[in-house]
Design a protein around this ligand. Structure first.
Ligand code: F6R
Length: 261
């Protein structure tokens, strides 16, 4: 794991955008795995800025989102389809037919999940998967207890996730299940880009990076991936024990970069 503790949440977004930009410039038809939620919003804003300044094109990029709530359609105000359109797709030059999410309003969720898994494989797999981490250690909607070998399927959301995602409003018929890529699906990506910012994520980040590999903390599965980059702000990194080592690696990285320039 390549762990970067950066100066701020904005620095995390810029570094993440640099890594996405490098990939897309090297491979204009890159396949990106995307996440919804609060954490990647600053990254998406940075990607939109670069796209609008002509520095980056999504015209051949294909995207696959991690998950979607079950029982709501793409126009629903709480759907991840809508969130992705509003935070990225409508604001860059991506071909909408290349932006994939599972259909939350499908008739047969198990078949939809299988078809989504098959689609990712048929398109050649994901080059870079962006991940946030839930406060309970979930990635995608793989809640604690999810099999580390799981594939795209229907999952019941935990109470903690329902609370964190504010799905409990009395005037809203809340989704309580989702279709999510499985942990093995996520680990199939060529590289992982894990983002976490803010103090609320510190315990989950410490468990994911330095705790035991365990279904109790699905994010610990990133320890298995040979190409996982983790970008943290100081608040999210606050409970890590190996910070001295991460700083040492960072110094070595900077020395190498200076030598090769
Ligand atoms: C989002 C997803 C989730 C979030 C996680 C963190 O598509 O699958 O795993 O990444 O819940 O959410 P935020 O960033 O809102 O704290």
């Amino acid at each position: 794991m390549d762990v970067w503790i950066l100066g701020s949440a904005q620095a995390v977004a810029v570094k993440a955008a640099d890594l996405c930009t490098e990939l897309i410039q090297r491979k204009p038809d890159a396949r990106l795995g995307l996440a919804t939620g609060t954490t990647p919003q600053a990254l998406y804003a940075e990607l939109i800025r670069r796209n609008q300044r002509g520095r980056l094109s999504f015209s051949r990029v294909e995207t696959f989102n991690l998950d979607e709530y079950l029982g709501i359609g793409p126009e629903h105000p709480r759907s991840f389809h809508r969130a992705m359109r509003e935070s990225l797709f409508d604001l860059v030059d991506i071909d909408p037919s290349n932006a994939h999410l599972p259909a939350g309003d499908c008739d047969d969720p198990a078949t939809e999940a299988e078809a989504y898994e098959a689609l990712i494989g048929a398109r050649g797999g994901i080059d870079l998967q962006i991940l946030g981490i839930g406060r309970n250690g979930h990635i995608g909607f793989n809640e604690p207890g999810s099999s580390l070998g799981s594939r795209t399927r229907v999952k019941t959301l935990s109470r903690a996730t329902l609370r964190d995602n504010q799905l409990g409003e009395p005037d809203f018929e809340a989704p309580s299940m989702a279709i999510t890529m499985g942990i093995a699906t996520i680990l199939d990506a060529g590289a992982l880009l894990v983002l976490a910012t803010g103090a609320a994520k510190a315990p989950a980040v410490a468990a994911a990076l330095e705790g035991p590999l365990s279904a109790s903390c699905p994010a610990s599965a990133i320890q298995l991936h040979p190409r996982a980059t983790v970008l943290l702000d100081p608040e999210a990194a606050a409970q890590l024990r190996l910070t001295e080592y991460y700083a040492l690696v960072d110094r070595a990285r900077r020395r190498l970069a200076a030598d090769s320039s």
